[in-house]
Design a protein around this ligand. Structure first.
Ligand code: T1G
Length: 701
């Protein structure tokens, strides 16, 4: 028996145990072990039934994602499952944790399934650009029906054990010890003389509904809602095969569609995104013994949009948090904002009244700094002005206990300078949340020169506790995300001077997959924010450096975006739908005239290169300066904070997939035509010359 799959005889029951940490993934050794174990159980005349359990935190959580893209190794998972299903002795899968993907497919190959009450089951393959490729699209509909199977397979979302029982995916729930429950159920199967109940032979789930109409409706809906994605429609095609074909043919069709998804560049990008997010939590030079400090309570300074959003993150995580404002009136407004934010969720039905009240009780409004003496972590979220930050941090340094961590939510100011306002720079760190802070998953953990290892480890731990995707970044203007978005936004604005309209630029980038175009995004956040940043940047650049002017003209005309009813677009009162702003066209004409530029029609490919390559070139500089640890960290920032499409893997992965030689050639052409904003990053030049990719690069190489 292999060391990842064990077979034991418990009386007339064969107990098969998988033990392949951390998630019992179905690597080749596990597949071999399972096949050997089920074969041995089948051949053993003393064995009357089989129970399959897993050690560790979870039942099998899927195929081994690391194997994708590598030459397949026998036995294939479908073959293992076919043997399990075809066995003559009844088998039961004992599910705990998350039975996902191939894990649920193995369980569906077993004849019966029991699950612990807190377990979940799901088929998340679509999130990796795939589809359930080991019978899930054929067996799940036969148990749960086509509608439920489509819901689970197209969304990739798991369901709880009780819901799985409701939909005949799981037979019954159990509590307590896995092995005991498995053996007890197996004994019951023997005593009741139960025969193997082969899922592939079930038909109930395929009957009683107009599956053809269901499939057609779902296809139309997904084609619209998941535009640009490759695998969701193939998921539907595979389930459609189950409604029409006998199992063997349906399985063949599923394998064909699975192979198409496996070859798709979207699968490579989505798998990259999966591992990149997990890699981001690893800090290369953090000593193993750097233990996080315990955070039992927090405080947020500033009850504006960001401050309240951050406070709600703590309340959502069940941590008490003080929210400090300058006076009772401001505090009242802040607490009302907190209540209104939760109220919207209650109205949407995503939060119960009871849960809202419980969380609001965790938010304590204060106006006196002295009340912060015992908190473990303070996050400042006041106005983006260094003078104001200095006042706040000097006060915090005076009142907070030794060992309390002082964090700033600044979106681009110098965290080292902020740390220097205190006598404890080693306890100062940046925690850059993204608006709305209680929704956006991204957290840039800004590591100051003096930030201690322990404080850095604590920042990462609290990020995880708040269910954020935390990425460590260094100190510079804009850190990683905003530093790159400045380039992207500026280039987008230059395109308006060259002849494009906001609709064309936003449309091209939405077709690329961005959640929102740059001009709709600027109208949302407010044009005045960009104006202040450009003013600061101008002070650090040569006077002859060219800047676009349209945004400044709009600000001068008081058109700041949604908040004033007009910016790049016009908005009807109370309506966020962007409409054409008739005042813009003359401004664009004037801007082009001022620059002596002949307006022309720009094609989508040019718009994408001009904007996305601006991200890439700046990302290469960020890597070379050590502001980000690895190119995949930059991808994680863009996937989780800036609406970059996961099916393209992030800006750096996208550049690798285009080829750095191609990217560099375009950057050089733009440098020649558009000036020093496009000076090629040395790292980009070097990697392109060496035929390498950003993902091959390590610091210092
Ligand atoms: N393969 C390989 N490694 C995996 C893995 C997998 N399926 N799942 C997790 N890991 C690694 C992960 O990279 C990390 O590694 C460690 O395990 C802990 O993960 C044929 C084709 C199960 C809910 O998509 O959703 O089956 O960083 O930090 O927060 O039809 O992992 O420690 O080195 O996420 O407790 C379908 C993916 C595959 C499930 C646990 N299955 N995994 O969450 O831990 S495709 C999935 C998860 C498939 C079949 C198809 C989560 C989790 P490291 P973690 P967690």
């Amino acid at each position: 028996m292999s060391d990842v799959v064990r077979l034991e005889r418990r009386g007339a029951i064969a107990l098969i145990t998988v033990n392949n940490p951390p998630v019992n993934a179905l690597g080749v050794a596990v597949r071999q072990g399972l096949l050997e174990a089920f074969r041995a159980a089948e051949a053993d005349a003393e064995v009357r039934a089989v129970a399959l359990v897993c050690e560790g935190n979870t039942f099998i959580a899927g195929a081994d994602i690391k194997e994708f893209g590598k030459p397949p190794q026998a036995p294939s998972l479908p073959d293992v499952i076919a043997f399990i299903e075809g066995a003559s002795k009844p088998s039961v899968a004992v599910i705990h944790g998350t039975a996902l993907g191939g894990g649920l497919e193995v369980a569906l190959g077993c004849h019966y399934r029991i699950a612990r009450g807190d377990a979940k089951v799901g088929l998340p393959e679509v999130k990796l650009g795939l589809l359930p490729g080991a019978g899930g699209t054929q067996r799940l509909p036969r148990l749960a029906g086509v509608a439920k199977a489509l819901d689970m397979i197209v969304s990739g979302q798991p369901i709880g054990a009780a819901e799985a029982v409701e939909h005949h995916i799981v037979d019954e729930l159990f509590e307590g010890d896995l092995v005991e429950a498995g053996l007890a159920y197996a004994h019951r199967m023997v005593e009741e003389g139960r025969a193997p109940r082969r899922t592939g032979e079930q038909t109930r789930g395929l009957e009683g509904a107009d599956n053809e109409a269901l499939i057609a409706a779902r296809h139309a809906e997904v084609a619209k809602r998941m535009r640009g994605l490759f695998s969701p429609l193939r998921c539907i095609a595979a389930v459609e095969a189950a409604t029409r074909l006998p199992l063997a043919e349906g399985l063949r069709r599923e394998r064909e569609l699975f192979a198409e998804c496996l070859q798709s560049p979207q699968r490579a990008a989505l798998v990259h995104s999966f591992f990149a997010e997990r890699q981001a939590s690893k800090i290369a030079d953090l000593p193993a013994d750097a233990k996080p400090r315990e955070i039992r309570s927090a405080a947020v300074i500033g009850g504006g949009t960001m401050g309240v959003g951050i406070a709600l993150c703590f309340a959502n995580a069940g941590l008490p948090v003080k929210l400090l404002e300058i006076d009772d009136a401001a505090l009242g407004r802040a607490l009302q904002r907190a209540r209104d934010t939760y109220g919207a969720s209650v109205k949407r039905g995503s939060l119960s009244e009871e849960a809202m009240e419980k969380r609001l009780k965790l938010v304590e409004g204060v106006t006196d700094y002295a009340t912060l003496a015992e908190v473990d972590l303070v996050i400042e979220a006041v106005f983006e002005d260094m003078g104001v930050k200095q006042q706040v941090f000097e006060k915090l340094d005076a009142v907070c206990r030794p060992g309390a961590i002082l964090a700033s939510n600044t979106s681009s100011l110098d965290v080292n300078q902020i740390a220097a306002f205190t006598r404890r720079p080693e306890d100062v760190v940046g925690l850059h949340f993204f608006s709305p802070a209680n929704v956006m998953r991204l957290l840039e953990v800004v590591r100051g020169e003096k930030t201690s290892h322990e404080v850095l480890a604590t920042a990462m731990a609290i990020g995880k506790k708040l269910k954020k995707v935390s990425v460590v970044v260094g100190v510079c203007d804009g850190f990683v995300g905003n530093r790159m978005i400045f380039q992207y936004g500026r280039e987008a604005e230059f395109l308006l001077e060259e002849g494009a309209t906001p609709q064309q630029v936003d449309g091209a980038l939405r077709n690329f997959g961005m959640a929102m175009g740059p001009f709709a995004m600027r109208d949302l956040s407010g044009l005045d924010i960009g104006q202040a940043i450009r003013k600061r940047q101008r002070a650090t650049l040569p006077p002859d450096r060219d800047f676009p002017t349209v945004s400044d003209r709009l600000c001068e005309a008081g058109m700041l975006g949604q908040k004033t009813g007009a910016g790049y677009y016009r908005y009807e009162p109370g309506n966020r739908t962007p409409l054409e702003n008739p005042d813009l066209a003359p401004m664009l004409e004037a801007a082009s005239r001022e620059k002596g530029v002949e307006r022309r029609t720009l094609d989508e490919a040019y718009i994408i290169e001009r904007t996305i390559y601006a991200l890439v070139n700046e990302g290469a500089k960020i890597l070379e300066e050590g502001i980000a640890q690895r190119s995949s960290d930059i991808d994680v920032i863009y996937l989780n904070g800036y609406g970059f499409p996961a099916f393209r893997g992030g800006p750096m992965f996208y550049a690798d997939s285009v080829g750095l030689d191609t990217v560099l050639a375009k950057v050089k052409e733009l440098h020649a035509r558009c000036g020093d904003w496009w000076k090629p990053a040395p790292l980009l030049e070097r990697l392109a010359a060496e035929g390498r990719r950003f993902s091959d690069w390590q610091p210092g190489q």
